[in-house]
Design a protein around this ligand. Sequence first.
Ligand SMILES: Nc1ncnc2c1ncn2[C@@H]1O[C@H](COP(=O)(O)OP(=O)(O)OP(=O)(O)O)[C@@H](O)[C@H]1O
Ligand SMILES: [Mg+2]
Length: 330
Amino acid sequence: MSDAEAESVGGREDVWTEKYRPHTLDDVVGHDNITDRLQSYIERDDLPHLLFAGPAGVGKTASAVAIVKELYGDNWEENFLELNASDERGIDVVREKIKNFASTDWSGRAGSKPSIIFLDEADALTSDAQSALRRTMEQFSNNTRFILSCNYSSKIIDPIQSRCAVFRYAPLGDDAVETQIRKIADEEGITLTQDGVDALIYAADGDMRKAINALQAAAVMGETVDEETVFKITATARPEEVQEMVQTAIDGDFVAARSQLRDLLIDKGIAGGDIIDQLHRSVWDLEIEEEAAVRLMDRVGEADYRITQGANEQVQLEAMLASLALEPGE
Ligand SMILES: Nc1ncnc2c1ncn2[C@@H]1O[C@H](COP(=O)(O)OP(=O)(O)OP(=O)(O)O)[C@@H](O)[C@H]1O
Ligand SMILES: [Mg+2]
């Protein structure tokens, strides 16, 4: 991005994920089962503590903010405390903030509605810290509801889980992503080709934040957003390129497969970890025998583990291709 473009991005409102942040639970797309149930808690005036579990960018924070807005309208900010468990300097700081917030006497507070404390990345707290949090939750539960957000609910201790209604947010489906990016493109006066939509869906892999950010970045390149701009801007390999590379290796031509890999890593600047993710998603789309697919899956798992442990990406990917080439397919 040039300096001039960076300047024009300016305030947060110009960031589309903020500009198009859902205001109501209805605006949160793709999780009807969840949003219907949340809506009914609000209508019955009977909101329990909530635990939202799921991957990044699918609407967990957005749902929490939508709940507070539905409860309080324009006064929502006064009745909402957002904390990040991994930012704060430990559970004592978290508890202190919670205490200050929960024990404030809200003059503007409507009726008996609870105020909301949203604790993001709750799974970053140790189990001791979670036990302390659990006591804090109990202490203030007459006028406060907690919404905890995490990636993995298994990292949340049972006593907290049992005090919360647990909602699992799945990666967003293709339709939900398409609906939202078409809506945003429409309002921004951007022409989106169908292959552009498909590429955004593929690159986002169920993450709406990623889809919207990619759309915005691609729109900087021109009024029409198509497949080519999306793959370029997101540093995502086309699915065909990844498939071709694997096929070449399985056919026994390691040298050619390696040069295709280098083209992706070096010329196109795609991260090795992302190539692994893409491979993982497309193993079953490859036209290979089941046995070769199983073997590939095994190697993908191995390379993925090593890369997350800090091994060199290129070495790991080349080793994976080499092992596929050594045991040529049928
Ligand atoms: N289901 C959705 N419907 C509409 N917009 C969404 C949805 N999910 C995400 N978004 C968009 O993506 C942005 C980020 O979503 P949100 O902050 O809710 O993610 P999250 O699930 O809390 O992720 P993280 O785990 O990274 O905090 C929102 O501001 C909104 O613009
Ligand atoms: Mg969030």
